[in-house]
Write a protein that binds this ligand. Sequence first.
Ligand SMILES: Cc1ncc(C[n+]2csc(CCOP(=O)(O)OP(=O)(O)O)c2C)c(N)n1
Ligand SMILES: [Mg+2]
Length: 535
Amino acid sequence: MSDSGNTGELITLALKRAGVSHLFTLNGGHIWPILTAAVEHDIRIIDVRHEQSAAFAAEGWAKVTRECGVAAVTAGPGVTNAVTALAQASSGDSPMFVIGGRAPVSRWGMGSLQEMDHVAVVKTLTKKALTLESPDDAYGVAAECIRTALSRRTGPVFMDVPIDVFFGAADIPEATEHLTPDPGPPPDPDRIAETARSIREAKHPVVVAGAGVWWAHAEVELRELVENGQLPLIVNGMARGTLPPDHPLHFSRARSKALREADVVVVVGARLDFRLNFGQAPVFGDETRIIHIDVDRAEITGALKPAVAGLASGMRGPMAGGPDWLEALTEAESAGRRKDQAMLEADSEPIHPARLIAEVARFADPDAIIVGDGGDFVSFAGRLIERPKPGLWIDPGPFGALGSGPAYAMAAKLAHPNRQVILLSGDGAFGFSAMEFDTLVRHRVPVVCVIGNNGIWALEKHPMQSMLGTSVAADLAPGTSYDKVVEALGGHGERVERPVDIRPALERAFKAGVPACINVICDPSTEYPRSSVLM
Ligand SMILES: Cc1ncc(C[n+]2csc(CCOP(=O)(O)OP(=O)(O)O)c2C)c(N)n1
Ligand SMILES: [Mg+2]
């Protein structure tokens, strides 16, 4: 006869079994059973100041570790506060599991405190959303939720638990088989061989890789593909760092030339969304043939790891393209880099955001995890900071929610306590989740936040001004002392106004041993040189 446990304990045991080590949460009576069980079974609880951050932290955990991040939020407003993060996870394919409290099933419809049907709200944002009906199902359903989140295409899963079900009990199951995530159907070998042939016959081939490669653990195969075929690689999203910045096949500044002039572009694990101009001209040439490969929703579908490995081994044999293509791109790449040089070295005051980014890039360790949360400031960072490996640059992805940064940085530092974690935040972005510095202080998670404080919502103000001739609701107060906010919460804070003071401030912030904020006053008139409208 096995022991019994309440539903909170049964869910917790399923989480443990799936390797979950952290639970991001904010208290509410509807979820007490999982909070007490997590403590009992040694899952570390990180309690935040807003449920949005609990869910963003779970998502950040997923992005950094490729494990399933888990958050527990209370019924009603706890769940609605987590909705933005579920949407972000859905748009970025982040595997996460959000557990919600729920008003009691025994009084459903009678108007209990915080009663609402969460499942109806989150259904379109999740791979699966359900209400747990009985303690007997708790272990198996929770295990299956994690498996679903990690199966490809990865994504968020939601389960709510009525409070009377949460406190109900069932037998603890005997040790069960570990549930293995589904990597996706095997790709069609004929289509892979055909694609390999198209690449070999191309004069100007290009490979574009996106987050799907990261989620599929296919970065080694991707490198083999481009090296075997000597193919120029362009990355976006979580595929950043797939090749180190000095690799001769890694191109970023030559991106527009490469896409415009390519005859064959193989897009792997990336969506043909606004970042790739929906696969259309003028970003792609009129004659460019795009071959789209992804685990689903693509021309060629299937598990990406074997698909890319298949392409890599198909690169043996004669290639139609000569060295001229790579040479032309290399030249464009160097010219683009030379053009950026002046802003990287700018000595002006207020500080040029690119100079600030350059100082951070020089300071960061090779394995530092850099988190971006903001507008133009993060665009500068995205362009100027390069990572030697994937998984070291974390941003909101295509959903673009401001305010995810502190939670992502927290998750990154919890997952990798011995590495530097640097949060690059716009001053506007900082306002969304500033109270999470209290969470970082309480849980002793010493991330260093660098604010590019330009006193405006620059990514909106500059385009609004140039497109509409006016800007409305685009200003913040100049020079606000956000560093004092962090200091007041128990962290280390500094204000920096001169370029020469950036590096010493970074050194002190990392030595401080507590969460830190370097509030750098930046020039509001510098506009990110954007070539497209972000819509
Ligand atoms: C939650 C949310 N609200 C609004 C926006 C629209 N938005 C995108 S960038 C941006 C400006 C960000 O300003 P800041 O963080 O100060 O960075 P800056 O552009 O000034 O460098 C805004 C308002 C968004 N992406 N997400
Ligand atoms: Mg700003």
